[in-house]
Write a protein that binds this ligand. Structure first.
Ligand code: NAD
Ligand code: UDP
Length: 313
């Protein structure tokens, strides 16, 4: 039975990954400091004999015996990662060093949850993996962007210097059930606002674009990447290449939720990328992966989740 460590396992993506690993009959050690994640996301796994939950901060060393490490620990929403930016950089950089050190000691294969933010506010569109990006080093998003870029550097240096088996996954905007209702990300914000009959907050003119991947597709790609041939390191883009403006996203959500919400226009946050869309040819070739869930179906599942959550809290 494969022994997995999932850091950030009580978060949005991490908890879905834990579910899938347990379904596959594997062992999971879920490590989280509960900064943005919650026990509620994994409570249904707590009685499972193959699942273990440990409160731990990855900026401190961890001594466990595992075969595969999925390094997801890091707040992902701008509101949360800007709350304590020094801790965000530490989580990415010290967290990567600690998890890579662990992987080296126990000879584990290790996957890094990197991000499309390594491309910054991209001047090349859509983004291929060999684009080096356009990132501000001193802005309010830099703690996340540069932390994740440095983590990628560390992964490749451990690979070259210590022959570690690494997998670097550049995740584009992903949404679905178990997103934090107050984390400020656009999909959760718009759905919660629509369900509560509040105004939908469009930042800027709403013409900026993102490409939204449903969580089940994303986890499918993550598992394929971890299982991929030993010499495939990535970085590989994983996301849904269908691009929407934020105005179009708001319209889609309002149509599905119904209700009386109006659009309200708010200032655009600093360094907000104007456009984002992955090229996924590499994922298709190497992993045989392409997203299957369209925006409408994914939003329906996510809206149902938030409807239930808001009714019980
Ligand atoms: P999330 O905030 O729901 O999950 C992150 C988890 O990490 C939380 O459970 C949090 O408590 C935990 N965590 C934070 N700091 C920690 C620390 N120092 N030690 C231990 N645990 C810590 O976010 P998510 O959307 O599930 O993102 C998971 C990973 O995927 C992150 O690394 C993120 O950067 C990456 N990612 C996500 C997206 C997306 O759209 N969801 C896009 C790009 C990259
Ligand atoms: N956004 C918005 N209204 C909101 C929250 C976000 O218009 O209530 C915009 C935000 O300015 C950005 C896009 O939606 O252009 C995606 O934001 P999110 O925080 O979800 O992710 P990221 O910027 O990291 O892609």
């Amino acid at each position: 039975m494969i022994q997995n460590l999932v850091t950030g396992g009580a978060g949005f993506l991490g908890s879905h990954l834990c579910d899938r690993l347990i379904e596959r009959g594997e062992d999971v050690l879920c490590v989280d400091n509960f900064f943005t994640g919650s026990k509620r996301n994994v409570v249904h796994l707590l009685d499972h004999s193959s699942f273990e939950l440990m409160r731990h901060d990855v900026t401190f060393p961890l001594y466990v015996e595992v075969e595969r490490i999925y390094n997801l620990a890091c707040p992902a929403s701008p509101v949360h990662y800007q709350h304590d930016p020094v801790q965000t950089t530490k989580t990415s950089v010290h967290g990567a060093i600690n998890m890579l050190g662990l992987a080296k000691r126990v000879k584990a294969r290790i996957l890094q949850a990197s991000t499309s933010e390594v491309y910054g506010d991209p001047l090349v569109h859509p983004q291929p993996e060999d684009y080096w990006g356009n990132v501000n080093t001193i802005g309010t998003r830099s703690c996340y962007d540069e932390g994740k870029r440095c983590a990628e550097t560390l992964f490749f240096d451990y690979h070259r210097q210590h022959a570690l088996q690494i997998k670097v996954m550049r995740i584009f905007n992903t949404y679905g059930p178990r997103m934090h209702p107050n984390d400020g990300r656009v999909v959760s914000n718009f759905i919660v606002q629509a369900l509560q009959g509040e105004d939908i907050t469009i930042y800027g003119d709403g013409q900026q674009t993102r490409s939204f991947c449903y969580v089940d597709d994303l986890i499918d790609a993550m598992l394929r990447l971890m299982d991929s041939r030993a010499d495939f390191t990535g970085p590989v883009n994983i996301g849904n290449p269908i691009e929407f403006t934020m105005l179009a996203l708001a319209e889609n959500i309002l149509k599905l939720v119904g209700g009386t919400s109006k659009l309200t226009f708010c200032p655009l946050p600093a360094d907000d990328p104007k456009q984002r869309k992955p090229l996924i040819d590499l994922a298709q070739q190497e992993l045989g992966w392409a997203p299957k869930v369209g925006l409408k179906d994914g939003l329906k599942e996510t809206i149902a989740y938030f409807r239930k959550l808001l009714a019980t809290t």
